[in-house]
Design a protein around this ligand. Structure first.
Ligand code: BTN
Length: 328
């Protein structure tokens, strides 16, 4: 771990002042090296109080998405993982896929302040202005059968909803399969892409866009999109949210890998499924039909009853509300 990350972690967890001497002994570097890192952190916007004979104390952190900031907050399971941050990139999914094609390490997290070519599901754009929201993509190389991989999208969706709740106290819902919903509107979308062979996964990229402090949306999505800030009037620190989501993902992914299905997670997912017991329209490529949504099964399929009473498990598709004028 980089010295800056380690120092940031220590400052954050310290209950009192940390002396330069103590830090230099702990990390086996000179006091000048410690001082230099403190200066760098101050330049990046961290408010660090330095008191003679006492040492350093972190007073306030900026809402920056730097590698050191994110790494210093990630749960232990991601300690060895790479974090790659961009001020601007085309799309973090494209960056993660390029790493997947090369020798990118599984667990690498790509994060951008803004995206010039943010992508949504089904070829849509994902509006990605800078400084307010989260755009991140996780590269994984799971050793599971390719037909199990799409469930990882639901694992991430659930982790986002739970991470938001842990960090902010805001209760979100899930719109099947993987939109996170707040006050009837979409607050997070997930785009999973993968490269597989018949019986082998080369890589999976899970791209997550969370609307955090954004208060303006383009007209065409304004009635279906919301952000944490719009819903509560508060602002949130993005790095802490990323860490909270990754903490949940670490746990949930372990539960998923145990059975290679959603047996251990479906109750938590169904408990926040906003489509439960709703009449919905299922949109599949080329056609759509009406049904009554029940809940997801072990494989993340949506169980529905058709108008004739027959039960069906829907594998993939999108939902819209029958005759409704709200998003969910
Ligand atoms: C959706 O249409 O609901 C999925 C949106 C996914 C957006 C995220 S933002 C980070 C990552 N990079 C992209 O270009 N898209 C995903």
């Amino acid at each position: 771990m980089e010295l800056k990350t380690k120092i940031l972690q220590r400052l954050r967890n310290a209950e009192a002042f940390l002396s330069g001497q103590q830090l230099s002994e702990e990390f086996h570097v000179s006091r000048t090296a410690i001082w230099k890192v403190m200066e760098q952190l101050k330049d990046e916007g961290y408010q660090i109080e330095a008191v003679r004979n006492k040492g350093y104390r972190l007073v306030n952190s900026p809402d920056v998405l730097s590698r050191a900031e994110i790494k210093s907050l990630l749960p232990p399971g991601w300690a060895q993982a790479e974090v790659v941050c961009y001020d601007e990139t085309d799309s973090t999914n494209l960056r993660a896929k390029a790493a997947g094609e090369a020798d990118g390490k599984p667990g690498t997290l790509f994060v951008a302040e803004r995206q010039a070519d943010g992508r949504g599901r089904r070829g849509r754009r994902w509006d990605s202005p800078g400084g307010e929201s989260i755009y991140m993509s996780l590269l994984l190389r799971p050793k599971i059968a390719p037909d199990r991989a799409s469930m990882l999208t639901l694992v991430m969706g659930l982790s986002v909803a739970q991470g938001i709740q842990d960090e902010t106290g805001i209760a979100c819902g899930m719109k099947w399969p993987n939109d996170v919903i707040l006050a009837g509107k979409k607050v997070c979308g997930i785009l999973t892409e993968m490269s597989t062979e018949i019986d082998y996964i080369n890589y999976v990229v899970i791209g997550v866009g969370i609307n955090v402090n954004q208060t303006d949306f383009p007209e065409e999505i304004a009635d279906v999109a919301t952000s944490l800030s719009l819903a509560t009037g508060k602002t949130y620190r993005r790095s802490h949210l990323i860490a909270a989501v990754m903490r949940r993902f670490e746990e949930n992914q372990a539960a998923f890998l145990l059975t290679e299905d959603l047996k251990g997670l479906k109750d938590a997912y169904n408990a926040i499924l906003v489509n439960r017991d709703q009449d919905v329209k299922i949109l599949e490529p080329g056609h759509s039909y009406e049904a009554h949504a029940l809940e997801i099964n072990d494989f993340g399929e949506l169980l529905v009853t058709l108008p004739g009473g027959e039960e069906k498990a829907v594998r993939a598709g999108e939902l819209s509300i029958r005759g409704g004028d709200t998003y969910v």
